[in-house]
Design a protein around this ligand. Structure first.
Ligand code: ATP
Length: 242
């Protein structure tokens, strides 16, 4: 299969609330796909159902040519959840060591790996501090560093830059670009429309469906506007009128 992620007619409801009507979505090798949509649209639910953390009510999900859910391939995926799952009483370094071991990173590689990911998120000088002393933004950065451990083939990042200041945000996007160019596939959700401009393709989730899916440039052309923010607003407007 040529797609790294292939979601086919995924449906999901919570009790009577239909969150995902029919999601068809792909992520190709070596691209950054931005999944955008208003708060509560179901972006996290798309991610959780594809990973098998929530059970889909219908449809199929394939990741790295494997039918999901499948625990065996989780080691090839770097997942950063929307809320940080960190060991607060341990140092950042101990957290990284723990997750590196879970990913099967060898003892010989451990120090290099931790130095590498800590540098990307600018935490090199705070690694020995306890996570409970970290700010919200530092915790997000640590979660991102954990997702980057082991150079996964697929990165799934749920709102990775919340609480991160503009300079570091820029640096992180540069790093994502480097990873993409090296062949990593990246699925990222964001509220920040200016970040959506930096992706290769934007999928717009609204009312349980993907209502637009194209490069930022093509979407701007299609909607005759100059930014993804305006695409988003126009798409929302025309959906309301339907
Ligand atoms: N476990 C759950 N049980 C019941 N309802 C849920 C559950 N998880 C999500 N929902 C509901 O599903 C909808 C979509 O939630 P989801 O977190 O996927 O949205 P989102 O697009 O990621 O939002 P945000 O951008 O605010 O994080 C919301 O209405 C939410 O309340």
């Amino acid at each position: 299969m040529k797609y790294v992620v292939y979601l086919k007619q995924i449906r999901k409801k919570f009790d009577k609330q239909v969150v995902l009507r029919e999601i068809n979505l792909v992520v190709k090798k070596g691209e950054i796909l931005g999944l955008i949509g208003p708060s509560g649209a179901g972006k996290s639910t798309v991610i959780k159902t594809m990973l098998g953390m929530e059970k889909a009510d219908g449809g199929e999900a394939f990741i790295l040519a494997t039918t999901m859910p499948n625990r065996k391939i989780l080691g090839r995926i770097g997942y950063m959840a929307q809320s940080d799952a960190l060991y607060e009483t341990l140092s950042a370094k101990a957290n990284l060591e723990f997750f590196a071991k879970m990913k099967g990173i060898s003892k010989e590689q451990l120090t290099n790996e931790i130095t590498h990911v800590a540098r990307i998120v600018d935490l090199s000088t705070s690694l020995n501090r306890r996570v409970s002393e970290y700010s919200g933004g530092m915790k997000r950065r640590l979660s991102l560093a954990i997702a980057l451990l082991g150079s996964p083939e697929l990165l799934i990042l749920d709102e990775p830059t919340v609480g991160i200041d503009p300079a570091l945000r820029k640096k992180i996007w540069q790093e994502l670009g480097i990873l993409r160019d090296a062949g990593t596939s990246i699925l990222i959700t964001t509220h920040v429309m200016s970040e959506a401009e930096l992706t290769d393709r934007v999928a717009l989730l609204l009312h349980g469906n993907i209502i637009a899916d194209d490069s930022p440039q093509n979407l701007e052309k299609q909607y005759a506007v100059e930014s993804i923010e305006e695409v988003f607003l126009k798409a929302e407007e025309s959906e309301e009128l339907r």
